[in-house]
Design a binder for this molecule. Structure first.
Ligand SMILES: [Zn+2]
Ligand SMILES: [Zn+2]
Length: 352
């Protein structure tokens, strides 16, 4: 395809711009995607804020994108022009031992990392916030055309929440405490509920509490009100939660979680923060209370597939997680908004 592609790019701390270059030629095993939207993830706005020096500039950012195929290479089977697709942003080789064992795709022995690799145009990054982008056919998943592409932008974050919930073996009817309901906390809470758990939320910010209420969550505790342990007892019938998801990277959240975990509690550490939060856990507590503490990031291919299926079923609410939409031309404003503390996902809409 001839022409140029315009894309969002982080050029320096606090500076996002729209750049363009020619639409690259596709290779035999690649497809050309025309994106319609891309979310700004924590990963992106933390770079914009200058908190991720390990991610170089200029960064053609964006990994929560979705769109349709506009061209396919001659060796591509099972995909055609017009298909709606979501990229698998972990780019697994699908052939190494870890890929074949179905492990977390971050463990692929041959994984491609566009964030750290400069392309021939001089840009790093996966080009999610781009009109056109080239991707290997094996790295896209076809989605049903009836599903809004804006919802499909959430496949990657939803897949990571599924991965974590699998690790802590969430079951129907058990009490699950979610601490912190930013975008990822809310996705964890929604998914835990989808799997049948009885979800209790702990959140300090009034704005977020309102969003959770709007989404139908009833058991919400604001620890500022000073009755955290009492309310938690009430909501769990006195037994405490059998699993706790810590979805915010602050020391107080860890302290809160480890102060209320009953025997056999499974903890999921979902969030990161820079600089890293401190935590002081008494190892004797872990020992005597038979605690299980899990860390999680990323997802396996099966989680990606499940994320596509759950989103396609319409079971998750994204309307209240999308805080605002900005056209590509306003990408700098989109970052200013996304980086404000307490913001939910900001979505960049990409023109034809
Ligand atoms: Zn993301
Ligand atoms: Zn691999």
């Amino acid at each position: 395809m001839k022409g140029t592609t315009r894309f969002g790019v982080l050029v320096a701390d606090k500076r996002a711009e729209v750049h363009s270059h020619e639409i690259p030629e596709i290779m035999a095993d690649e497809v050309l995607m025309h994106n319609v939207a891309c979310n700004i993830c924590t990963f992106d706005y933390q770079q914009w804020l200058g908190l991720r020096p390990q991610q170089p500039y200029p960064q053609a950012f964006g990994h929560e994108d979705a769109g349709m195929i506009v061209a396919v290479g001659p060796e591509v089977e099972n995909l055609k022009t017009g298909d709606h697709v979501v990229p698998n942003i972990y780019y697994p080789c699908l052939q190494c031992r870890n890929c074949q064992n179905g492990l977390n795709m971050r463990l692929c022995e041959n994984k491609i990392e566009p964030v750290h690799n400069k392309d021939k145009y001089g840009y790093y990054g996966p080009y999610g916030c781009s009109q056109y982008k080239i991707i290997k056919a094996k790295h896209v998943i076809k989605v049903d055309k009836n599903v809004p592409l804006e919802a499909i932008c959430f496949v990657e974050p939803v897949s990571t929440a599924i991965h974590g919930l699998r690790k802590i073996r969430i079951k129907a009817n058990e009490k699950v405490l979610v601490i912190g309901i930013g975008s990822m906390g809310l996705l964890n809470a929604q998914l835990a509920q989808y799997y049948g758990a009885d979800v209790i939320i702990s959140e300090l910010m009034e704005k977020k509490i309102e969003v959770a209420k709007k989404m139908g969550f009833k058991k919400i505790i604001n620890p500022h009100e000073g009755r955290f342990e009492e309310q938690l007892k009430e909501y769990t019938g006195g037994n405490g939660p059998s699993a706790i998801i810590i979805a915010v990277g602050v020391t107080q959240a860890y302290e809160q979680a480890f102060s209320v975990g009953p025997e056999m509690c499974r903890f999921l550490i979902f969030a990161a923060n820079f600089p890293a939060p401190k935590w002081n856990i008494d190892p004797n507590l872990v020992h005597y209370r038979l605690w299980e503490i899990y860390g999680t990031i990323g997802s396996a291919l099966s989680d990606y597939r499940e994320a596509v299926d759950i989103i396609s079923s319409g079971a998750l609410n994204f309307e209240d997680i999308i805080e605002a939409r900005y056209p590509l031309d306003k990408v700098q404003m989109a970052f200013e908004h996304a980086a404000k503390p307490g913001s939910y996902r900001v979505n960049v809409t990409i023109p034809d």
